[in-house]
Structures are given as structure tokens and as C-alpha cells.
Design a protein. Structure first.
Length: 220
């Protein structure tokens, strides 16, 4: 039942994100996902309306090396984000296996980083995350496992990444979270959402990362 719930939540997240993609995109372009924001601004003394893309909010968490990780950490980079916890008995092992595929393909590509947020920061402190990362054999400069204030992590997941992340007494392990991998561009915008438990979805992610890297390169 939990698996079905998680799948439904992921599909719901994808539906919401896709609903607010108003621009037409070709097969070689990635959408800009999320709800757009209408704001007022002054241009030549006149108040006009402007449309802003949805962006990942400011954040500050500590990774497995006790390094403060913020949005600025990913300046001029794209990154792949997810939510997990080290004692997760359900989907996290599948997600970890698939994220390792991403890590292995792009570990020597400086423009790509990975960011995993624990949703159990009480247990998953810096030391626990350090041991977890070492067991995976990954470099902290490439793949950041972050911990911090519980409410801030949940808020970031739900409001910025638009995925489920939080406590649930009825869920195995006491927490429920989306299995989504999210592709974030160098302007803090969501450019893709993928089911991190499904190899075929991660195949698409790997291709989309290449596509986004080309887009970023073409802007320079």
C-alpha cells in the first residue's frame, strides 16, 4: 500500500509540475517546470506585470563533511536532487542504486552535482551521513548528503521541489517521501522529474542531463 501511495504522490507531483509548463518545447528542449509567478515591476516610470519562473528557494544545510551547502554551492552547475533517509526500508535502496548510475556517468563532469536531503535529520547527523557516503564510495565534492532543520527540509521539499517529504507514523521507518529525482538547471529551475526507482526513467534522466548541459553551454 505504501508503494502505491508513493507512486501516486510522484504522479501527482509530475502532474502539478507539468500543468504549469506554459512554453512550447521541441523534442530537443526541456520544459521549465513549476507554477509561474506574476509580479509587478517598474519600467521607465511605469508599473508593468512580469512573469517569473518557479525557482528553488534559498537553503542552507550541512553535508557529510560538515560543509555548509547553499544555492551558491551550485553556481554555474546543474544538479540532481532527491529526498531519502539512511534507515529507509522501502524505496531508498532502489533510489540509491539508480542515483549511483548518475554519479558514475557524470563523476568527472564538473558542471554536474548531486544533492540528497535526509528527511530524518534527528538520526541522520553529519557523522551518519559521512559513514553512509563512505560506504557508497562517492566523493563529497560531487554528491552532497545534507542534513539540517527538519521543518526547513520538509518546507523545501514541498514548496520548492513540489514533492512529498515528511513524517508518517503509518509508513515503514516512520517517514514517507517521493521517489522523484529532480533535474535543476543553473538558474535554480526544475527542468525534469523522474521516478528514481525505475531504471527506464533514469535512462531518460541521463539523456536529459546531456541535453541540459548542451543548453547551458550554448548560453555562454
Amino acid at each position: 500500500m505504501i508503494k502505491n501511495t508513493l507512486s501516486s504522490l510522484l504522479l501527482f507531483s509530475i502532474a502539478i509540475l507539468t500543468t504549469y509548463c506554459s512554453q512550447p518545447y521541441g523534442k530537443n528542449e526541456l520544459p521549465i517546470m513549476g507554477r509561474k509567478k506574476i509580479v509587478e515591476k517598474e519600467v521607465e516610470g511605469k508599473i508593468v506585470m512580469d512573469t517569473l519562473d518557479h525557482m528553488i528557494a534559498d537553503f542552507a544545510f550541512y553535508d557529510q563533511d560538515s560543509t555548509l551547502i547553499t544555492n551558491a554551492t551550485f553556481k554555474n552547475q546543474i544538479y540532481i536532487s532527491d529526498f531519502f533517509f539512511t534507515s529507509c526500508p522501502t524505496i531508498c535502496p532502489k533510489m540509491k542504486k539508480q542515483m549511483l548510475r548518475v554519479y558514475d556517468k557524470f563523476k568527472n563532469t564538473s558542471q554536474v552535482a548531486l544533492l540528497s536531503h535526509t528527511i530524518d535529520p534527528t538520526f541522520d547527523n553529519v557523522q551518519v551521513l559521512n559513514e553512509y557516503a563512505e560506504a557508497l564510495g562517492v566523493e563529497s565534492s560531487k554528491w552532497h548528503f545534507v542534513t539540517g532543520d527538519e521543518d526547513e527540509i520538509y518546507k523545501l521539499g514541498e514548496k520548492s521541489y513540489m514533492v512529498t517529504a515528511g513524517e508518517d507514523d503509518d509508513a515503514p521507518g516512520g517517514y514517507i517521501h517521493s521517489g522523484a529525482f529532480l533535474l535543476i538547471d543553473d538558474e535554480r529551475r526544475i527542468r525534469g522529474v523522474y521516478d528514481g526507482t525505475m531504471p527506464e526513467q533514469v535512462d531518460i534522466l541521463l539523456s536529459d542531463i546531456d541535453l541540459l548541459l548542451k543548453e547551458v553551454s550554448d548560453k555562454k
